[in-house]
Design a binder for this molecule. Structure first.
Ligand code: ADP
Ligand code: MG
Length: 318
């Protein structure tokens, strides 16, 4: 078995939230992410889906070690990076990059596009200034912008062009892992499709492994190999993409799928919001003897294997 590009093992993040006002403020603990495990095989794309606030961004930021996990392990190409300090993380940063939804805020308005794209080479001391600029210009071409864009500034670009620049900057160091956090959510439909095609091409050319965070399930379906579904800080289902779309077992996954807008408005289904109670009531109850892999009976949901590569949060009965 080859080593996965990225592995999160039982990763959690607690935040202290100010609960009481007054002279002596009180705090309560909020589990933004609670015991998430996920694996991205080399050269594959995993979708991370779930509604706003389910913990997707926090999970991605922990994978990058831009947020320190409260507990759990993070392995990049088999190396545990959970405990590394700033200095130890520097070589890891070359291996992992990120593209955000709002790349505009991440692009320095005072820098030319050539400087923006070349900067990671400079930070990591790769090549001479001349070589760095040449490499940046060829990356602008590679993401579908003319080399002449090298002298322009971020404010001169459309939203889609800015995402192209952000992708060039993220990939210039040839990372093995890319975290893409809602990279197309702010774009029009046609531009969105172009950016998805670009990511798909680059993934194949570079043998990239991508964690694609999105609430846009139609994009997830066309792009990803596997899907991990998060609900309230936990994974509730995980499977190959086609199995998620054809054979979802968890009520929350089904509710998300029901909310996909239909291509034909006449087929549009009524959006169903499930309450916490409804989801608890509809959580699968599986008899221990029916499961393909051993699991202990429990009153609370646990992730159990129900088929090849397919896991669902279920209550296991004796
Ligand atoms: P998503 O990306 O799925 O929308 P997030 O990871 O951004 O979810 O947030 C998960 C939960 O953690 C939310 O309840 C959010 O309010 C909370 N959260 C995220 N970042 C912080 C923070 N820095 N301080 C306190 N709470 C946070
Ligand atoms: Mg988010």
């Amino acid at each position: 078995m080859t080593v996965p590009a990225l592995e999160l093992r039982n990763v959690s993040k607690d935040y202290l939230i100010k609960a009481g006002g007054g002279l002596i403020p009180s705090y309560r603990r909020h589990a933004a992410v609670a015991g998430v495990s996920l694996t991205i095989a080399r050269n594959s794309i995993v979708g991370l889906v779930g509604e706003s606030g389910s913990g997707k961004t926090t999970t991605g930021m922990m994978a990058l070690r831009l947020v320190k996990p409260t507990s759990g392990r993070i392995l990049v190409n088999g190396v545990d990076i959970s405990q590394l300090d700033h200095k130890g993380l520097k070589p890891v940063r070359r291996q992992m990059q990120v593209v955000f939804q709002d790349s505009y805020s991440a692009l320095d308005p005072m820098m030319t596009l050539a400087q923006i794209v070349a900067e990671p080479l400079d930070i990591h001391g790769v090549g001479s200034p001349r070589e760095q600029t040449d490499e940046a210009l060829s990356w602008l071409e590679r993401v579908g912008l003319d080399r002449s864009y090298g002298g322009r500034y971020p404010h001169e670009l459309s939203g889609g062009q800015r995402q192209r620049v952000a992708i060039a900057r993220a990939l210039i160091l040839k990372p093995t892992v890319l975290i893409a956090d809602e990279p197309t959510s702010a774009l029009d439909v046609s531009v969105k499709a172009q950016i998805i095609n670009l990511l798909q091409d680059l993934q194949e050319e570079m043998d990239l492994s991508i964690l694609f965070i999105s609430h846009d399930l139609s994009v997830v379906r066309s792009l990803t190999d596997r899907v991990v579904v998060m609900y309230r800080g936990q994974v509730v289902e995980e499977a190959e993409t086609e199995a998620i779309f054809s054979d979802a077992r968890h009520p929350y996954t089904r509710a998300l799928l029901d909310a996909i807008p239909a291509a034909n408005p006449r087929d549009r289904r009524v959006r169903r919001f499930l309450s916490v109670e409804e989801i608890e009531a509809a959580t699968p109850r599986l008899a221990r003897s029916e499961l393909p892999e051993a699991a202990e009976p429990s009153q609370t949901p646990q992730l159990v294997s129900i088929g090849p590569g397919h896991r669902v949060a279920a209550i296991v009965t004796p």
